[in-house]
Ligand binder design. Sequence first.
Ligand SMILES: [Zn+2]
Length: 172
Amino acid sequence: MDIQDDIERRETCGDYGGETNQGNPCKRNAGSGTDHVGEGRCHDHEENMLDRHDIELSKVEALAAAGLPISSDQAPDIKGYFGISEGTWSNITQKHPELREAYERGQSNASANIGQSLYQRAKNGDITAQKFYLKCQAGWKPTEGREISGPGGGAIEMQGFVSLPDPDEATD
Ligand SMILES: [Zn+2]
């Protein structure tokens, strides 16, 4: 079959492989109801966008765990990692809520893992880990020491107080 014939023939969703529930080729116009009218399947039979853009949910999860934002103007983000534009990305996330679910799963798993290892260190006697764990877990706050000083870190001038001799000098 000639390739040109193959392209010209693709006018309906069914030509791109879209099938009705009965398993017949869909007769709607190609891309009907989508942002790619005239090409591809109709809105109801659209291909999996995750597959089309090679987005693996397990990878999204791993990137989320590594701390990459899902979408950011300032920093490297997950859509950039997959080389996807802003508009397409918003389509994908709308059509595939499992994408955000994978992202959130990655984030909470990471927190859980770090929490677990912090807990292990605390149990093994790491004082810093213990303090941090208690702070997070129980709202525990260490007693804070405060030092008060005068201008430039010097002594505070006291006015109206009787000046006592320094005890060290008094022994002379
Ligand atoms: Zn269709």
